[in-house]
Design a protein around this ligand. Sequence first.
Ligand code: CO
Length: 149
Amino acid sequence: MAIRNIMKQGEPVLNKKCKTIKEITPKTLEILEDLAETMYKFDGVGLAAPQVGILKRMVTIDVGSGLLELINPEILETRGSVTDVEGCLSVDDFVGEVTRPEYVKIRAVNRDGKAIEIEGHGLLARAFCHEIDHLNGVLFTEKVEREVK
Ligand code: CO
């Protein structure tokens, strides 16, 4: 396990679409572990592989109810909408309001290669959307409606 450097806004790697993972290898698991360690180190609630310079569809999330390691996550269903303050470990000194669905159901693959579905409300739903956006090269700054000072 290792703490990785976090790429900051302006790095081209943050604006690229990540590749689907076809096979889970020891390297895949090492990246997941590093993502989690780096996320906790910097007090994030989520971290996506491109934020550490890796263009693969992998994220970790922990909104306070345990670590989620998600490979190839995709949104299956959304409901409602909530506008709330959001930030990102790749964007220093800036937070802003973003409207996201209140409920999001995702499908992903876990570290054992098993297909999983997870439902999230509120902050977890927001984290799913924010991290999956990263995998598509989208930063939350593109979606901010109002900066919060
Ligand atoms: Co982010």
